[in-house]
Design a protein around this ligand. Structure first.
Ligand code: ADP
Length: 627
């Protein structure tokens, strides 16, 4: 029997379009054909378990082979096969509603995945790399006859009797001249590793290798013979397909190493396993993050029934969870749709919430079961928890109980614990709680010490997320604000009613202000006199909290253009109650007054690491003279 026909799409010839349009992504032809082959074996298994097929199903496999000389790649399987009728039905009548729709949609589509999935063109992706495609197949059905189909990439095909004697399908691609790169062992191996590494049936990759033979040839060189080698390239039962109680810690760690060979061990992991209302399995790992987030992204691999799809999961997994590593596998994620559609998809939303909840539950569990171990991991997970805390309300609801605040004495507190700790000392005269923090404990040491002297606690906020974390805390915590410890002198950081009286007269105050303003002689530094404790420093240089935050935000590109362009403005706070100030007033000459004022100002700059260059040299020289 030999028959000719026309593939039923009502347009001239879509293959050149497929080829041209999809060219950039053409390696996925192999994923599509191997997936079809795997599906064919899975269908047979299902029929067998339903009692509709009684032959053997224990030796199911898919084979990929290539022949460099003949320029062919062959994908074969021992799955259900097809009858000639089925070829006509499934292959010839391309499963999309009309060529016109296709022609319209392909113009909008952004990549090959979108087109191929949307129009059921999996099989036809073969024409991205092949001039001609042949199918030899034998259906599992009793009495089925082998069938043969060939198509040269036009809309003409031929169908006839085939030659297969065993059940299954063999698809041969005659690789076109632009795609010869695929006739290469390493190239194919690499594609198979990427897409097929965890497929549920063994994938054999057949290559020819040279093996040394006994004896030597006429020239005395070792003799070689060509042998065929079949390597199974996949792990058919990756850990996410197993039940958590079958697995030990080593199994999770081993799998992690397999996925990310050069990474340090992860901190812990979560095994995802749901059937309803959507199907999702997977293992998510918490990597050691430290403070670098960018390089850690895009480490989650998305699979659909063990076929690798992509490692761009940013529309499926909440933003802050992108820092995690691992695998998620769900047939319920629509794969071939545009991004906005994906974000609106109800399954994707549910999956999002589910993962968020699982992660929060895991953290709660570790926190409750072993607070010490949790605190030890805090430097690694803190960044991640804070990121979720600020970006995802659902996560915040749980994280508010396990997010930690660390202080300069290396103690950790939950939000409630911290409130209790500082409430008595750090509530200002208006009943507002003021949390103090430093972003650089070394630089701001003198401020930290002054604050500690007053009995205030100082938090460490030095991770890249902390600016956001701080504003989020202020939004969420009642009657609480945060102030960087160098935003003011310790006496003024938290406004109380018990301000010390000033010892200077009004006249003296004006005089001191004048001496300092002239001595410093820089418009960016505004001198102010304050009556502080006599044992506070004589001079302190501060930048207003609000102004500093605005400038920080402008520097991070937060659209605060106005503040970004402002010059740095500092307040020079002179402690009128300090002994040194009385001494300056009593000094014998204007020159000595100025020298002492300069010295006190430079000391303030020095303690904050602000004194550099010529000013530092001048300070050293002046100090030598004074001694
Ligand atoms: P899809 O896989 O999305 O249905 P394809 O174009 O890839 O679209 O395949 C069309 C149909 O051809 C499949 O649904 C299946 O019925 C049949 N088919 C393709 N490859 C095989 C195979 N290796 N064995 C059996 N049937 C196959």
């Amino acid at each position: 029997m030999q028959e000719k026909g026309t593939i039923s799409i009502h347009t001239e010839n879509i293959f050149p379009i497929i080829k041209k349009f999809l060219y950039s992504d053409n390696e996925i032809f192999l994923r599509e054909l191997v997936s079809n082959a795997v599906d064919a074996t899975q269908k047979l298994k299902r029929l067998s378990s339903l009692g509709q097929y009684n032959g053997p199903v224990d030796n199911l496999r898919v084979e990929v082979a290539f022949d460099k000389d003949a320029k062919t790649i062959t994908i074969s399987d021992n799955g259900i096969g097809m009858t000639a009728e089925e070829i006509k039905k499934y292959i010839n009548q391309i499963a999309f509603s009309g060529a016109t729709e296709f022609m319209e949609k392909f113009k909008e589509a952004k990549d090959a995945n979108e087109i191929i999935g949307r129009f059921g063109l999996g099989f036809y992706s073969a024409f991205m790399v092949a001039d001609k495609v042949e199918i030899q197949t034998l259906s599992y059905q009793d009495g089925a006859k082998p069938a043969f189909w060939v198509c040269d990439g036009s809309t003409e095909f031929e169908i006839g009797d085939g030659v297969l004697e065993e059940r299954g399908t063999e698809i041969t691609l005659y690789i076109n001249s632009e795609s010869e790169e695929f006739l290469d062992k390493h190239k194919l191996q690499q594609i198979l590793d990427k897409y097929c590494k965890f497929l549920p049936v063994p994938i054999k990759f057949g290559t020819n290798e040279q093996e040394e033979e006994d004896g030597v040839d006429e020239e005395g060189k070792p003799k070689y013979k060509t042998i065929e080698v079949d390597n199974i390239i996949n792990d058919t039962n990756p850990i996410w397909t197993k039940a958590p109680n079958e697995l030990k810690d080593e199994d999770y760690l081993k799998f992690y190493k397999e996925l990310y060979p050069f990474s340090e061990d992860p901190l812990f992991w979560i095994h995802l396993n749901v059937d309803y209302p959507f199907n999702l399995t997977g293992v998510l790992y918490f990597p050691k993050l430290k403070n670098d987030f960018e390089i850690q992204r895009n480490k989650i691999k998305l699979f659909s029934r063990q076929v690798f799809i992509t490692d761009e999961v940013k529309d499926i997994v909440p933003e802050f969870l992108m820092l995690l590593h691992g695998v998620i596998d769900s047939p319920d994620i629509p794969l071939n749709v545009s991004r906005s559609f994906l974000q609106a998809d109800s399954n994707v939303k549910k999956i999002n919430n589910y993962i968020t909840k699982k992660v929060a539950d895991k953290l709660t569990e570790i926190f409750k079961q072993d607070r010490k171990a949790y605190e030890e991991k805090w430097s690694d997970i803190g960044l991640f928890v804070k990121y979720g805390f600020v970006s995802e309300d659902k996560f915040y609801e749980k994280a508010k109980d396990f997010v930690l605040l660390s202080n300069t004495a290396n103690e950790n507190f939950t939000l409630n614990e911290y409130k209790e700790k500082v409430e008595a000392t750090q509530t200002d005269k208006d009943g507002q709680l003021v949390y103090l923090y430093t972003n650089d404990a070394a630089k701001q040491d003198s401020f930290i010490q002054s604050a500690n002297k007053k009995g205030y606690d100082v938090l460490l906020m030095n991770s890249p997320i902390d600016n956001h974390f701080i504003s989020h805390l202020e939004q969420k915590l009642e009657k609480t604000s945060l102030k960087r410890v160098d935003a003011d002198v310790a006496d003024k950081l938290i406004k109380k009613d018990d301000a010390p009286e000033t010892v200077l007269s009004e006249e003296q105050t004006t005089k001191v202000k004048d001496i300092f303003t002239k001595a410093i002689n820089k418009p960016a530094y505004r001198v102010e006199l304050e009556s502080l404790n006599p044992d506070e420093l004589p001079v302190t240089v501060t930048m207003d909290e609000f102004m500093r935050r605005m400038k920080d935000m402008a520097a991070m590109g937060g659209g605060m253009g106005f503040y970004g362009n402002m010059p740095d403005n500092y307040k020079v706070i002179v402690n009128g109650n300090h002994k040194l100030i009385s001494r300056i007033l009593e000094a014998e000459s204007d020159d000595t007054q100025s020298q002492l004022a300069k010295q006190a100002f430079d000391l303030a700059l020095l303690s904050q690491g602000l004194l550099t260059g010529p000013e530092l040299t001048e300070f050293v020289n002046r100090s030598v003279n004074l001694i």
